[in-house]
Design a protein around this ligand. Structure first.
Ligand code: GDP
Ligand code: ZN
Length: 379
């Protein structure tokens, strides 16, 4: 089997030279072994996968050896490229290709392990939503929360995946642009798109971020409209929004199923229902560089001394920005808080991660640690 013969169709599924090379190698090593099919995981539920391949979508489970060899966050997840031995009704996954990126969070079981949410993601959309302004009463403070958004942005940053913010439900206020202006100011250097899944406002712009072959993921609290946006991008009716919910008698809740869908316009989208508990996974291996707060990093880089602690050094740009009000105290405190969480988590990880983290420490981290006792940021 030659990989080049099927590359153009697989390219639509996100196959890049990085994966094609791995496929060529894998196939050349298996000359006389049973034939395997290359594909991308589009759905995962309770250990069973749906894999999109040139032969259609195949059901598959992990080969026993992989179950033992791979830790939980190394196991295939939605977005991964895998090699499947097809079988009726359920085939077997023989191999998972090396990932180009992986979106991780701290495992919800409270252990120090990470959990892979999605693999091979090119862009993260952090979704939040406007609320009704009945009789001119703005209730935006409750809904547009820059601190919450920063948490998701730092998740993307830790995974080295570009991110932008999507403010949904623009149709709910009479002056949506005015409603987000403060929010924009609170998130310097972050792109904020204003959209409405209901009216379609801004959807073309959103869709343009997903050129053919690229994969986006929607992150954000329940109820902000992630499913509705997915439906819009997929140009299908909103019926799906309700059908992916289950009712177990304890009230409505979202399934934990994640799904990768191909858009009519060419890109792909991964919806992540039920992403409630969210602590970014501190990736000490990746050279993500900086704190995820681009403006704070930028200020720190302008301090006179490279190892500035932002205390009483002359020429400290961070302190100057705090004093002239161009850097909000709340934002800096949230940067510290997330950095503390990151450090705490790294401490709980293994010694290798810990020592690497130390090496990569920057002035901001030191600054943050030194001020642990200062008042907590709201979150
Ligand atoms: P999810 O939990 O993030 O997937 O959110 P859903 O897509 O289920 O949407 C939650 C609720 O918000 C539903 O009742 C939607 O109909 C509603 N909704 C979603 N997008 C919009 C929008 O752009 N405008 C308005 N007015 N309502 C929306
Ligand atoms: Zn400084």
């Amino acid at each position: 089997m030659s990989v080049s013969t099927f590359s153009s169709e697989l390219e639509a599924l996100g196959l890049t030279p990085f994966f094609r090379q791995q496929l060529l190698l894998a196939f050349s090593e298996r000359a006389n072994a049973p034939p395997l099919v290359a594909g991308r995981i589009v759905c995962e539920r309770r250990g069973e996968y749906d894999v999109a391949t040139l032969e259609g979508t195949l059901r598959a489970t992990l080969r026993g050896r992989l179950v033992h060899e791979l830790s939980s966050d190394e196991r295939p997840t939605v977005g991964d490229w895998v090699l499947v031995e097809p079988a009726d009704p359920v085939g077997r996954i023989h191999e998972r290709l090396e990932r180009q990126s992986v979106l991780r969070r701290v495992n919800v079981d409270g252990s120090s392990r990470s959990q892979a949410l999605a693999a091979n993601v090119d862009v993260c959309f952090v979704v939040c939503a406007l609320a009704h302004d009945e009789a001119g009463h703005h209730v935006l403070g409750r809904t547009l929360n820059a601190r919450r958004v920063e948490r998701y942005l730092s998740l993307a940053h830790e995974s080295s995946i570009p991110a932008l913010v999507v403010v949904n439900k623009a149709d709910l206020t009479s002056e949506p642009e005015a409603s987000v202006s403060d929010f924009r100011r609170e998130l310097p250097g972050v792109e904020v798109l204003l959209v409405s899944a209901e009216t379609g406002h801004g959807i073309t712009e959103l869709r343009s971020r997903l050129v053919p072959g690229t994969t986006g993921v929607l992150l954000g609290s329940s109820g902000v409209g992630k499913s509705s946006l997915t439906n819009r991008l997929l140009e299908r009716t909103a019926l799906r929004t309700e059908s992916i919910r289950e009712d177990d008698g304890r009230g409505r809740h979202t399934t934990t199923e994640r799904q990768l869908e191909l858009l009519p316009s060419g890109g792909m989208i991964i919806d992540t229902p039920g992403l409630r508990e969210l602590a970014p996974w501190a990736n000490a291996d990746a050279d993500t560089g900086g704190s995820g707060f681009a403006d704070v990093d930028e200020l720190a880089s302008r301090c006179r001394f490279g190892d500035c602690q932002h205390r009483d050094e002359p020429g400290c740009a961070v302190r100057a920005a705090l004093e002239d009000g161009s850097l909000a105290t709340a934002r800096l405190e949230h940067a510290r808080k997330l950095e503390r969480e990151r450090q705490h988590q790294l401490m709980r990880s293994d010694a290798r991660l810990r020592s690497e983290a130390k090496k990569k420490h920057r002035a901001l981290s030191r600054f943050v640690r030194d001020r642990v006792k200062t008042k907590r940021g709201d979150d």
